[in-house]
Design a protein around this ligand. Structure first.
Ligand code: SF4
Length: 443
């Protein structure tokens, strides 16, 4: 359980030397209790106190990173139950499952599709994260070898210890996740995990059984544990994931303070599999195993994950500047917008796909959308004029005309005052209407 600020204070040197950057040991203790500072800031804490405090200061959800030849999947290290309280830190890892009794060519085909998939979303490359290989009575080593012939994405290996062991001997890279340690096999799985060392997924029907198992596995010497609720339906998974995460964060209950693995691939249909995966992305799934991969479901899952794991206090931004769309010339129009990524890409994509050349002036507006930036005073005449000069717009075009977003028509007069000699036109409110406006009004 977590220690209170006073309990932590009693373990500190109590000299108030200020070397940690705080005026007193008590102030430092309070920050430590709130998990806002690292214990290492105090250079004089005793080894005995360090041992006790390190446990108290450890993140409530243990961070575990699966690694393989430069690829990484982060998990754990979460501190908030709801995204708006702070942010979520470790995006859910999506893994495609193949089976060792699948034909090798089938395994390679599936894995190639995942390994080659990348999609651009507001300037960010979104990708699948790894491959799970499950023993089902086939040639497990051959299946793992087939996967590794295609990609070095991180692996989850599923099966009994005797099936997994020969395959482990063929893999010399990174950190794997082994699954599953259950009531009947946890000793053998824990021993196998310790040989790498690998992370170990523990599977149980109830929270009580899960607690019992994680404590046994930890006592056996495995620190990197992942919990996998045995429930497979929407309701059961939601309850199990939420209970575990709530107890980890609100009670600092260490036996459940681990990343969570969900098996969406066990769903009865591909559609339900996608729904289960979407729920797990939203509610505390650290790793999700799916049996089907298709771009039309991969993309929405990745975008959902991107949106949930973006810091809500830091909008996705693009660099302010003067961007070229379809090789514009000096006579082509200058469109003005903010540097919120989605706003930028909305305008750019509409104009680009219409085949129209234009200059797009992206102003410094702290990553806010047009209306929000205008309301917050981050998209005003002064800033627009400043960026027109900063990015030398006048040197690129033969005219002196700007097009403002329709929502900010009120700024047009002020911009003309800030930029004497320039004419301001008011464009449409929605990006989708920009091409039509360019064809009908800017002629
Ligand atoms: S550095 Fe350590 S001893 Fe000094 S004030 Fe901070 S907590 Fe106290």
């Amino acid at each position: 359980m977590a220690l209170s600020g006073i309990q932590i204070y009693k373990l500190l040197p109590q000299t108030n030397c200020k070397e940690c950057g705080f005026p007193t040991c008590l102030a430092f203790a309070m920050k430590l209790a709130a998990k806002q500072v690292e214990l290492s800031l105090c250079p004089t804490v005793s080894e005995e106190a360090k041992a006790q405090l390190s446990e108290a200061a450890a993140p409530p959800v243990r961070p575990i990173t699966l690694k393989s030849n430069g690829y990484e999947v982060l998990s754990g290290n979460e501190v908030a139950l709801f995204r708006h309280e702070k942010r979520f830190f470790s995006p859910t890892g999506l893994f495609l499952r193949v089976y060792d009794d699948d034909p090798v060519e089938e395994i390679k085909r599936k894995v190639t599709a995942v390994a080659n998939y990348t999609v651009d979303y507001v300037g960010i490359d979104l990708k699948w994260d790894g491959i799970a290989v499950q023993a089902r009575g086939g040639d497990f080593v051959a299946a793992v070898t087939a996967v590794r012939a295609i990609t070095h994405l991180p692996l989850i290996l599923i099966g009994e210890a005797e099936a997994l062991k020969p395959a482990l001997a063929t893999l010399d890279e990174g950190k794997l996740l082994l699954a599953f340690a259950a009531a009947n096999n946890w000793q053998a799985m824990a021993e196998l995990a310790k040989t790498r060392p690998a992370a170990l997924a523990v599977q149980a029907e109830t929270i009580d059984e899960m607690v019992e198992l994680t404590e046994k596995v930890k006592a056996a010497g495995v620190d990197d544990i992942v919990i996998c609720p045995a429930q497979r339906g929407l309701h059961g998974t939601l309850i199990a994931n939420s209970t575990a995460r709530r107890m980890a964060l609100k009670q600092t209950f260490r036996a459940l303070g681990y990343p969570i693995l969900n098996i969406a691939g066990d769903a009865p249909t591909p559609e339900m599999e996608t729904i289960l995966a979407a729920q797990a992305i939203g509610k505390y799934g650290s790793f999700i195993i799916l049996d089907h991969f298709a771009p039309e479901t991969a993309y929405p899952l990745l975008v959902l994950r991107q949106n949930i794991y973006t810091d809500p206090q830091k909008p996705i931004q693009v660099q302010p500047g003067l961007y070229e769309i379809n090789n514009p010339g000096p006579d082509d129009p200058v469109l003005v917008t903010t540097n919120f990524s989605i706003t930028y890409f909305s305008v750019k994509n509409e104009v680009e796909s219409a085949g129209l050349p234009a200059w797009l002036l992206v102003t410094e507006s702290e990553g806010m959308s047009v209306l929000t930036a205008w309301a917050a005073g981050k998209f005003d005449a002064e800033r627009i004029a400043k960026d027109v000069k900063r990015f030398n717009v006048a040197d690129k075009v033969s005219h002196k005309r700007l097009v403002l977003p329709g929502h900010t028509a009120v700024l047009s007069g002020e911009v003309e005052v800030e930029l004497p000699g320039w004419e301001v036109k008011v464009g449409p409110r929605e990006a989708v209407d920009v091409p039509k406006f360019m064809k009908q009004v800017l002629v």
